[in-house]
Design a protein around this ligand. Structure first.
Ligand code: X8Z
Ligand code: ZN
Length: 670
């Protein structure tokens, strides 16, 4: 999992023995009744908090109502101690989590849940105790650290251990349900027929009729078909089949929300949604307005793309399926979640045959395998003057889906030991899409690397949207011109028609994504706030899907379904507004780095490959981590202090002009 905190250049095992003992004493001093177990070993050292005797009220470990007001120095000493201890628990959790996601069994799931529980209980109690420093005038660094501490869990547990334990177990269960979800295609359907053509699917397809509960097709296979398949009924079956895996998640999810909210309230937040919105150096209310403002900047462009896509899909599937005015069926957009549409680019290509670059083909032609793709992505970062990835990256990462065990294949980046122990976990396919995703993941790793010297509580992105945007900023520079430079293609097409084709392909990923990126947390914010009750989860989900994306479910839905659970980030509890922000910021970052590199000409033709000045600017932002408000980090990179979609609009302007002409006789909207 993309982690949020990392060690200050050291792992627990590397801390010199005397300082480790000092740390132990400090923690015992801070938490009078905390007891430590397993201190002798490095691996798996775990702090075990005692049964909670005062849970529910504000009385917490170590507090003393009669003590005099603490000083600024005490506040600083306290937060520094907590920071060190949290780090130990975070390392333990990440190690357990890395193993469990690479080797999913009921045992590894339980071990990971236990490690998460330890951190969550510790955090809940530390935050409660830190209330005694409220109102103490602290130095600015400590002040910021107290804030970071409070926001460090995306789903905080209540102080009561039983509830923390339930929360951690539920979380692990939901994650495993998603990661191991399978669908067994019907015997006679077109989908089964299509999938049966690939011998690699033979084992999975034995699920019917002989082993209905054992085998079955994974998300990877179904998602691939959603991208490449064109048979409407097979696409429908793949969509419905995958979404069925989320049905059993509903009750557990509702319980998870209830416990998480309790934890958030103990920490002083209105609910988990308010906690998530509080991570942007402004109030949760102001952030909601900020996200809306950004969406309004780009919404007209999305509506035009929707209108053009509907027109083209109507040509292919007919008016009965794709109406003249109204919603696009979700299964026809080339992606399981309709979140990016570049897989249906052939249907939407503005000038057929005019030199569009096919990266998937280019990789095959040049016989680039999964590791080769990762090396090429690394090459862009090092061309900017950033360090090569550590040797351990190549040893410890997961690059290819193993055949012999269940793993969580959703791509992620890690620094497991918080000391430049960079890794990725990704089931790479040799496609253009995964080539870009590799840049995305390495963006996270290079961010980890760049802020590794910051104090632990500042070892995260300026905000989470920044973290998501770094690799994508680099990938925007993976232009046809760049691919020619690194000799992946022979000659980049240069005519204006090829340019528009390229922009369409980019729009199908970058513009199509925006409402999706926005709506997931709109739904969750309402769920956390109790505005959407568990009995209305699915109906509310489709209200947002319809309003934002203008898409319809391929089959009637009911509350027996739990469609949000079919998207990784919901059962995994990863906030999603980060991606919406990222899709705006990345164009802002890209424009700034292009300016730094002295690019002239249309924005979409810029690649800052090999430009050390751009690299220095990027590094100046990355190194800050979360030590400063994100506005200052943005300033370091771009000289701007406000999030702004103008760079994105500038990038797509040539396509927009062309598209507006294409849809002038359409009735746009839904
Ligand atoms: O989850 C991811 C990354 C890992 S942070 C692969 N992304 C979102 C998604 O897949 O839904 C990247 C873009 C959106
Ligand atoms: Zn990411």
């Amino acid at each position: 999992m993309l982690r949020f905190f990392a060690v200050n250049g050291l792992s627990w095992c590397n801390i010199r023995r005397h300082s480790r003992e000092h740390l132990v004493k400090s923690i015992i001093a801070a938490f009078g009744i905390l007891t430590a177990v397993g201190l002798s070993g490095c691996a798996g050292s775990v702090w075990r908090a005692p049964p909670c005797t005062t849970c529910g009220g504000m009385a917490v470990v170590g507090s003393d109502a009669t003590a005099s007001k603490p000083t600024a120095a005490e506040a600083q000493a306290y937060i520094d101690r907590i920071e060190s201890e949290l780090l130990v628990l975070q390392v333990a959790e990440d190690r357990a989590s890395w193993v469990s996601l690479n080797f999913i069994t009921s045992d590894t799931e339980e071990i990971a849940a236990k490690a998460a529980e330890e951190r969550l209980v510790f955090l809940a109690r530390a935050v409660a105790e830190s209330a005694r420093f409220d109102g103490v005038a602290k130095d600015p660094v400590s002040e910021r650290k107290f804030g970071q501490l409070k926001r460090s869990a995306t789903l905080p547990a209540p102080r009561e251990r039983k509830k923390a334990s339930e929360l951690a177990s539920l979380s692990a269960e939901l994650g495993a349900l998603y990661a191991t979800g399978k669908y067994c295609p019907a015997t006679d359907g077109e989908l089964r027929h299509a999938l049966g053509k690939d011998p690699a699917n033979a084992k999975a397809l034995v699920c019917y009729p002989s082993r209905p509960n054992e085998a079955g097709v994974s998300l990877g296979v179904l998602a691939k078909y959603m991208g490449a398949g064109r048979d409407e009924s097979a696409l429908r079956e793949a969509w419905v089949g995958w979404h069925a895996i989320a049905r059993p998640m509903r009750d557990g999810y509702a319980r998870l929300i209830a416990i998480g909210n309790e934890g958030a309230r103990e920490m002083g937040f209105a609910d988990v949604g308010a906690l998530w919105r509080s991570g942007y150096d402004m109030s949760p209310e102001d952030f909601r307005a900020e996200a809306t403002r950004l969406f309004q900047q780009v919404e007209p462009l999305y509506k035009e793309l929707h209108c053009y896509a509907r027109k083209q899909l109507r040509k292919r599937y007919g008016e009965k399926l794709v109406p003249v005015k109204g919603l696009i069926p979700a299964h026809l957009l080339g992606n399981m979640w309709s979140q990016t549409w570049s897989n249906i680019y052939p249907e939407l290509e503005p000038f057929p045959g005019e030199g569009a670059v096919d990266v998937t083909k280019a990789l095959a032609t040049n016989k680039v395998d999964e590791l080769g793709m990762a090396h090429m992505a690394e090459g862009f970062f090092t061309s900017l003057g950033l360090a090569p990835l550590p040797k351990t990256f190549w040893k410890r990462s997961l690059f290819v889906r193993p055949q012999d065990r269940e793993v969580e294949c959703h791509a992620s980046a890690w620094d497991v030991h918080y000391n430049d122990d960079l890794r990725i976990k990704m089931c790479i396919e040799r496609t253009g899409e995964d080539f870009y995703t590799l840049h995305h993941e390495l963006g996270h790793d290079y961010y980890f690397h760049s802020y590794v010297k910051q104090p632990f509580l500042f070892q995260s992105g300026a905000n989470d949207g920044f973290h998501e945007a770094i690799g994508d900023t680099i990938a925007l520079s993976v232009t046809p011109g760049y691919l020619e430079k690194i000799e992946l293609i022979k000659k980049a097409p240069t005519n204006p028609k090829a340019d528009l084709n390229y922009l369409m392909k980019m729009a199908l990923d970058k513009i199509a994504f925006l409402p999706f990126g926005k709506l997931i947390d709109e739904w969750r914010w309402d769920v956390f706030a109790g505005k959407v009750a568990p009995g209305d989860y699915n109906a509310a989900w489709w209200k947002f899907r319809t309003a934002y994306q203008g898409i319809a479910s391929p089959e009637p839905r009911s509350e027996a379904d739990f469609d949000p659970g079919a998207k990784y980030h919901v059962p995994a509890n990863v906030p999603y507004t980060r991606y919406f922000l990222s899709f705006i910021y990345q164009f802002q970052f890209y424009r700034a780095l292009c300016r730094e590199a002295g690019h002239t000409g249309p924005l979409h033709t810029c690649s800052f490959f090999n430009n050390k000045k751009a690299g220095d600017k990027l590094r100046s932002m990355l190194e800050l981590g979360a030590s400063k408000p994100w506005q200052e980090a943005l300033y370091a990179l771009s000289g701007e202090r406000i999030g702004d979609a103008n760079a994105l609009m500038e990038y797509f302007q040539p396509l927009r002009a062309w598209m507006q002409d294409e849809i002038k006789n359409e009735t746009c909207g839904w």
